[in-house]
Design a protein. Structure first.
Length: 340
């Protein structure tokens, strides 16, 4: 008697090319679409290294790369990156886009960090680049600025979830502290009490899932951010108004130097798409509470309820939902792309 082992080559191997689609409505009749792609290759700069090249067209067109390399057999690593991106911020009133604000940002960065076990990573680095922000249409009451931008950042990431769409268990959390030590000068017409100079900000996001039964999912999503050392210009303020973050309100309707939102909900598995189209389908509801504000003493708690369906498709996670606030605001949304 003996054991015979036969090895077969895989039908696929790196490098990989991955494509994705993002779709989201900003008003009832206006949609933002993005087609994105990622080229992923391994061991291009030594054993364990990883090269990512990303590009997207449509809303927020961008192109960039990131090269990651471990240091020997230790948990330490270094990475370098470059990015160019253009973003449009829409200001909506009565379900109509009344103003547009354009931001173009390009830059390079270098990070160093450590992998703490399988699920945790800590990294620190600096980015240096150029920012141009201008009014595209209407009067968004935001300053036109251009110039150099330099930022230092420390980031921690933990991810123990078993699915990027609707996990059955696990926690995904991230915390970032950033310091903006060089930024474009604000125009004379801007609010003199506000400046991005020497601005420090901290932000935290987390989602937790658990499944008491095979088809049931309970979840909590929490997010918050705060600004130190002065008051930032509106370009660096936080805003709410998207799914799971006070989705009943229009994007950017409420913004401030600080924000905090906690969402809790329940999802029920109701079936699966055909295998050639995707995976599980869920329906459910959730309650969102929080606010964006400049001062805690004047912060107003806002709440809204939401219902929707989440589908795991070949194009990525799809959400069909609607949110309504207890003050009369409401909004429906259709989205394709990562949700939590």
């Amino acid at each position: 008697m003996g054991l015979q082992i036969r090895a077969r080559q895989k039908s696929y191997a790196p490098p990989f090319l991955m494509l994705g689609v993002s779709l989201q409505n900003t008003t009832t009749d206006d949609f933002e679409f993005q087609l994105a792609g990622r080229y992923l290759a391994f061991d291009v700069a030594g054993s364990g290294s990883e090269l990512r090249v990303d590009a997207a067209v449509g809303v927020e067109p961008n192109i960039g790369f990131n090269l990651y390399r471990p240091i020997g057999h230790s948990p330490l690593f270094v990475s370098g990156s470059a990015l160019a991106i253009r973003r449009t911020v829409n200001f909506i009133q009565d379900d109509t886009i009344v103003a547009r604000y354009n931001e173009s940002r390009s830059g390079v960065g270098v990070d160093g960090g450590v992998n703490i076990g399988r699920d945790d990573e800590v990294r620190a680095g600096v980015t240096y680049g150029y920012l141009r922000a201008s009014v595209g249409a209407g009067d968004p009451d935001l300053p036109e600025i251009s110039g150099r931008e330099a930022r230092a950042r420390i980031r921690w990431l933990h991810d123990s979830q078993d699915s990027p769409v609707v996990p059955s268990h696990g926690i995904r959390s991230g915390a970032t502290i950033s310091y903006l030590f060089d930024s474009p000068e604000a125009p004379a017409s801007a609010d003199p009490t506000r400046s991005n100079d020497n601005l420090t900000q901290a932000e935290f996001t987390s989602s937790i899932f658990w499944a008491p039964r095979r088809r049931d999912r309970f979840f909590v999503v929490a997010a918050g951010g705060t600004s130190f050392s002065g008051k930032p210009l509106p370009t660096e303020q936080y805003s709410v108004g998207r799914p799971f973050l006070l989705g009943a309100f229009e994007p950017g309707q409420y913004r401030g130097d600080h924000f905090a939102v906690v969402t809790a909900g329940y999802l029920r598995g109701v079936g699966r798409l055909p295998d050639f189209l995707g995976g599980p389908m869920f329906i459910g509801g959730w309650l969102e509470n929080g606010s964006a504000f400049d001062d805690l003493d004047t912060a107003k708690l806002r709440s809204n309820g939401s219902v929707g369906a989440i589908l795991d498709t070949l194009l990525g996670p799809v959400i069909l939902g609607g949110s309504f606030s207890f003050s009369g605001d409401w909004r429906y949304y259709i989205g394709v792309g990562r949700l939590f």
